[in-house]
Design a protein around this ligand. Sequence first.
Ligand SMILES: Cc1cc2nc3c(=O)[nH]c(=O)nc-3n(C[C@H](O)[C@H](O)[C@H](O)COP(=O)(O)OP(=O)(O)OC[C@H]3O[C@@H](n4cnc5c(N)ncnc54)[C@H](O)[C@@H]3O)c2cc1C
Length: 373
Amino acid sequence: MSNIYDFIVIGAGISACTFASLLNKSSSDLSILLVEHGRRIGGRATTRKSRKNKNLEYDHGLPSINFTEHISEDILKLISPLINSKKLIDISKDILLMNEFGNINNALNHDLIYRSSPLMVNFCEEILNQSINPKNINFSFQTLIKSIKRIHDLWEIKDNNGKLIKSQNLILSSSLLAHPRCLKILNINSLPLRDAFIPGKDKVVDALLKQTKKLTYIMRKVYIFYVSNSSVVQNFNHQYLQIIFTNIIKEDLNFERIVFQRQSDGSIIISLHCSYINNLPEISIDNMIKSLISLFSSYKVFLDLFFEASLIDTMDWRASQPLNNLLPKELQWSDNSKIGFCGDWFDLNSCGGVESAMNSSIRLVKSLTRVDL
Ligand SMILES: Cc1cc2nc3c(=O)[nH]c(=O)nc-3n(C[C@H](O)[C@H](O)[C@H](O)COP(=O)(O)OP(=O)(O)OC[C@H]3O[C@@H](n4cnc5c(N)ncnc54)[C@H](O)[C@@H]3O)c2cc1C
């Protein structure tokens, strides 16, 4: 293979994996490289392997996958084999709601809610497994892209180690290189996507940059607690349970939901999701546990878990989910500059992040396979 890829995709989350899998299905000879900052695929819907305790592997981002009743035929085609083979499990019964009086009830939700089995990272793996010529899908992990340039009709991207990779087409599956938040995160002075073009050269890119600036996100901090395998854990009869807190609790404590995930050795990982818009008020772990104990005071099985829980990890998701000013689908591809965009930052059409991320990639592949690549 020449060292110029047909496509470089920056990112390897759900949108990037959907894009690569579908493009490979329709044009299996095209070479694709997914460049990902993280250690594995999945992006915000990935799974963390503990470096300290090799037995622990837990979902520390998106805890479940929602699809609305408007789910497209194309997404159904991708997920039906996973549902049939129980790699996507319906968990609507494992999602409960806690009100401000500490009562737990079934959550009323009309969405289809799934968990990827055994772990969230497997969802992206399974989507990629549906490609037909996997040898043409390549990966570069732990590679952070800081600069992109278009030179002599080719894309040149540079990673954090100064290595240069080239492609005919470039796809950004994350808004990071186009959004002002990258200046702080990447410690750079200007937007890489803006630097790649002089204003006025590409109308799609100009409009995309203008609109991306206005995008806002829900921020989330996830606290991960561990409860080792003991009699307390054996009394807890769930493989997986998610409890959503009502708005009053959320406003008071920033607690959004709490997720219990059983580990292969029987122990339990508890992830407490706190969401915030500007700042998360400082809260000590002791006070956090005290608040949980007070909320769950009528449920001994949970209290026992909280008494034994120890904090092992935290994850700060500063752009966990787009909130406002999503971008229109018309800005997903510039044929002039051979650059495309996908991800949950495009038109949600009243659906959740995963559904919109997948829809955006499906649309992009459809439009690309109609143009001359
Ligand atoms: C804690 C949490 C809870 C959530 N809860 C919900 C929910 O309840 N409902 C809902 O609808 N959605 C929720 N989401 C959002 C959902 O997970 C996302 O909408 C979805 O996963 C987006 O997928 P994506 O492919 O668009 O982006 P991502 O998963 O973010 O993929 C983009 C990838 O690009 C990589 N990347 C970015 N910039 C660079 C660079 N310069 N160089 C190399 N790699 C780069 C990133 O590392 C990332 O892996 C939640 C997310 C989190 C984190």
